[in-house]
Design a protein around this ligand. Structure first.
Ligand SMILES: Nc1nc2c(ncn2[C@@H]2O[C@H](COP(=O)(O)OP(=O)(O)OP(=O)(O)O)[C@@H](O)[C@H]2O)c(=O)[nH]1
Ligand SMILES: [Mg+2]
Length: 309
């Protein structure tokens, strides 16, 4: 087959740039200084944190889909707080998503470098959307302080008043003072979207809003949004990918921007690194501050006498 004579002019397609967009020249959030002195200051602030409301510990309740990284957050905080130059994994994390690994409502102490117990108790729980998940009523009872540490979560069952792990008369120190939703930044909508999970989440959020307990979102696994973040997490606030997801999460969760905290846990690193520690400690300090604001508002000693008369 010969050529028809006239040559076709083929317009050359514009060359598409490969790779991720360049980092933004200035950060979209600039509240963190990525330096060793910042890390030390954060440790100092957290070690010396003064709990208000006349109670010993602040309580924070982690909620989120299975495999969103709740237990990994606890472990990352343990590593950053202990500051021993090694990764600590006090709680078990499995590689694959599936039915929830965590089957108990439980907390464990987090320790400072000098083995003092942290003034925050982080309560872990199984995934929100899990078929064998936690009932809305159990979540309400947990928030109100009726459920004791190590209560074994029975799928779709609510704790009975006769249960050994039921606390009949909870005090301020037994209640949850902050709720932290852990969502996967790669797919924040899917984290809670879809049938029963959405309904259950909406109900839970409504209940929590009525209690005025602060609600914070850990937008987790941001290291997966841009390759270079796996090497240096401090670039996250100059990443367009993270900023876009951040906006999506804020919209999806319907919470103010200041309540959304980008996060990246230790997951495969052999040793800790300064910037990951700084991110974890910054987020931990925000959670402690929010919980403290809540207990201050609920404690007996906060308002001068006659204030409410
Ligand atoms: N890349 C990356 N992986 C993470 C991060 N956080 C957690 N993972 C991984 O995600 C998987 C699930 O983490 P878990 O901490 O067990 O999740 P969980 O929310 O406690 O899950 P359940 O106990 O089943 O409800 C594990 O393979 C972790 O290593 C993160 O920030 N980045
Ligand atoms: Mg877990």
């Amino acid at each position: 087959m010969g050529s028809s004579g006239s040559k076709e002019t083929v317009e050359s397609a514009p060359v598409k740039p490969t790779g991720p967009p360049p980092l933004m020249s200035s950060p979209w959030r600039s509240h963190i200084t990525w330096s060793e002195s910042e890390r030390r200051q954060l440790l100092d602030d957290i070690y010396n944190f003064k709990v208000k409301g006349g109670i010993q510990y602040l309580n924070c309740f982690l909620l989120g889909q299975s495999a969103s990284g709740k237990t990994s957050f606890f472990n990352t905080c343990a590593t950053a707080l202990k500051d021993e130059g090694r990764i600590l994994r006090p709680l078990t994390v499995l590689r694959a998503a599936g039915s929830s690994v965590t089957t108990k409502f439980e907390t464990h102490p987090l320790y400072t470098k000098s083995d003092q117990v942290l003034k925050l108790r982080i309560f872990d729980c199984r995934g929100l959307h899990d078929i064998e998940g936690v009932t809305d009523e159990n979540i309400r009872l947990i928030l109100d302080g009726h459920v004791k540490h190590e209560y074994k979560i029975v799928p779709d069952e609510t704790i009975q008043h006769t249960d050994d792990y039921y606390r009949a008369d909870p005090q301020l120190g037994d209640k949850m003072h902050c709720v932290v939703y852990v969502v996967n930044a790669e797919n924040p909508g899917a984290a809670l979207a879809g049938g029963a999970a959405t309904r259950s989440f909406e109900k839970i959020k409504k209940k929590i809003s009525q209690t005025h307990v602060p609600q914070i979102v850990l937008m987790n696994k941001v290291d997966r949004l841009r390759g270079s973040l796996a090497n240096d997490i401090s670039e996250l606030f100059r990443s367009e990918e993270v900023k876009n997801k951040f906006t999506a999460v804020a919209r999806f969760m319907n919470l103010p921007d200041m309540n959304i905290l980008p996060m990246s846990n230790y997951h495969s690193e052999p040793v800790p690194n300064r910037n990951k520690d700084i991110l974890a400690l910054t987020n931990l300090k925000v959670i402690m501050g929010s919980a403290n604001d809540f207990v201050q508002g609920r404690g007996t000693s906060n308002a001068p006498s006659g204030f409410f008369d």
